[in-house]
Each structure stands twice: as C-alpha cells, then as structure tokens.
Design a protein around this ligand. Sequence first.
Ligand code: ADE
Ligand code: ZN
Length: 331
Amino acid sequence: MPLPKAELHLHIEGTLEPELAFELATRNGVELPYADTEELRAAYRFSDLQSFLDLYYALMTVLRTEDDFAELTDAYLARAAAQGVRHAEIFFDPQAHTSRGVELDTVVAGLVRALERAEERHGVSAQLIMCFLRDESAESAMATLEAAKPHLAHIAGVGLDSAEVGHPPEKFREVYEAAGRLGLRKVAHAGEEGPPEYIRSALDVLGVERIDHGLRAMEDPSLVARLVRERMPLTLCPLSNVRLRTIDVLKNHPLPRMLEAGLMATVNSDDPAYFGGYADDNFLAVREALGLEDEQLRLLARNSFLASFLEHDEERRSRYLAEVDAYDFAG
Ligand code: ADE
Ligand code: ZN
C-alpha cells in the first residue's frame, strides 16, 4: 500500500495519456500529427518548458466535450487513488480551451461531474484551482476570472502557469487582487525556470499561499530563510524537473538540501502523462535517487496535507494526517 498523500500540483490536461488522446481524437474527428501512441510517446523528449508546452497545448485539442473532461478527470482520479493520493487540488487551464472554442461551462461541468463522484468511486477528495496562462495578457486573465464567477462554488483558488521567463508575477497583480476579493485561494508557479525574484514577487505582489515549484529559491539564501520562517509550502515536481531539464539528473535534485534547510517541501507529479510518473512514482524515484529515509518521506506526506486547502474540513485533514502517522513502511 503506497504512502497516503495529497497531490497539490497537478495539471489535469497533463494527465492525458496517449491512448485516451487517440480515442478522443477519433471520437471528435481531430487529426493528430502522429501515426500511433508509440510515435506520440517518442515525441516526449523535451529540451525545456516551452518545448513541452508546445506539445501539451497541441494534444489537448482532442478535449472538446463535457464527457471528455469528465473521462480525463475520472481516469486521473483512478490512477491517483492507486498511488495513495487521498486528496487532490487539481489545476486546469481555461484559456487553453476557450481560445479554441470550447466553453468554460463545458470544461467546468465535465471536471465537476468527475469530482462529485471522486469520493465514492475512488476514495479521493478533490478541489479545482483555475490557472491563468502567464504568456497571455492580464486582460485575458481578468476576463477568465469574470467568466468563472458563475462557477465559483466549484473553484477553490487561482494559479498561474505556462511559459514563465519574461512573464513575471507583477503582470497579474490586479487579477490576483480581484480573485482575493472573491474569496479565492492563491498559488502561482514561480522559480521553475524563472529567477528567485519571481518567487519574491509571487509572495509580495500576488499574495500567494503556496509556491508551485520554487526550485530556484535555492540560489538565494535570504529567500530560503524567509520561506522557512513563513512556512511557505513549495509544491515540487521532481520527475518534471528532470524531463524539462531544469535539473540534469534526479540525483542532483535539491530536495534533500531543501528539507535540511527546513523548507516545507511537497512532492507532486505536475503533468504525469508526459513526465514518466504519477504521485507515488515521484516519491519512489526520489527515495531511490536521493536516498531519502522513511521519515523524510513521511514528512513530505505530512506536509502535503498541512499545505492543502482543507480549512473547511479540518476533521478530514486530521484523519489524513493520522493515516500518514500510522503508515508502516515495512508493511
Ligand atoms: N503547464 C503545465 N505544466 C506546466 C509546468 N510544469 N510549468 C508551467 N506551466 C505548466
Ligand atoms: Zn505545473
């Protein structure tokens, strides 16, 4: 039985496995520029974030109907549950769908349909985090927030993703202020490819409550000290970092140094269909490559529940934490 954990950094569009992509392409009459799943998988060799994003946006064009989004999400939840995920806070990218004519209502309805059955089908609690594409304009992000107003009962928070360098958090100050006024929680990708200053401005300008990735914080000791002092959660994605070449090989990942520094690290899968593994695959990979001890893995799992947006259900959080505490690594 895998270690119980929360997944806090997961793009639902990044869970689109080649088999489902081809099935949906056929169903929706979308032509993919690959002969079969094998040829598609062979294209999963990335040189950086942008080279991945190009394929990620191209492949998600097969997602068109409410059923497609529900099926995608249900398939993720089944996989996640098998890997010990008890709670998932799931990112989605509205602009990547609305820009090609798929209505926000369609996307949200499909996601919500799967989430409403998540507990009974998979034993997983789940929430949605709506991400703005940072390489699109602030006006487009604001319009997306506006369009999401009828759906806010189903959206826990906002995030910021896509191409980081050249798109600093400052660009989205007003959008995050507006999201805050709507009672939404706030996270943002920062310090994946972008510099430590982007992490500082995500905190200071956007007022985020978690940093997604935050890998490059390690270049700035005073920032590390601040993140430790504020117990700011970092949602690390080790297999993603290797596949997108922000880290050369997993054994050089700074996770052990981050834990030693006292950072509140969590381990997540980012875009598991593309990066070679779901939540527990990431845990197993860091255990193997970095020689993490059982109690360090337990700490990472504890952190995931402590950093999750479960304030509305502290009883549930306590139950999950008790499960982590009772977990027997030898069993
Ligand atoms: N969108 C999907 N995955 C992402 C990542 N790792 N970084 C930024 N944007 C993304
Ligand atoms: Zn991400």
